[in-house]
Design a protein around this ligand. Sequence first.
Ligand code: ZN
Length: 141
Amino acid sequence: MVEPVGGSDYCRAVEVLLGRAEDVLGPRAGRPLAARLEAVLRRAADGAARDAELEAVVDEHATATAFVEAVLADAPRFRAPDLQSEPVRGVTYQGLPGAPGPITADRFRCPTAGCGFEWVRPALGHRVPPCPSHGAALGRV
Ligand SMILES: [Zn+2]
């Protein structure tokens, strides 16, 4: 699982690619690509220079370029192309595994009978708060 590190949009898209490099490019190309991208990300270089470096690595593979472009086009959610018709998973991870889809908004509700407290995530990366009345963990609806 890749945590957002608060870099640029391009950086975030690359992190999504990193989590799936082997699925996208196959193990032979994906593994070395991921290793090189991780090396660039680890170096805490200046943002714009780092983006350029990441882009140079990504652009060696047309498939990787297409993947990153698709993730960027999904801003501000930055989901992998195959997840873009599904709710966000993995980034902040408060959904119950196996929650039924399709779901169009990130909407959560108190599980306590008769409560009805609902909360909608304003943007990716916000943690789901507990119910203010019951302190219960909200479930995705
Ligand atoms: Zn409640």
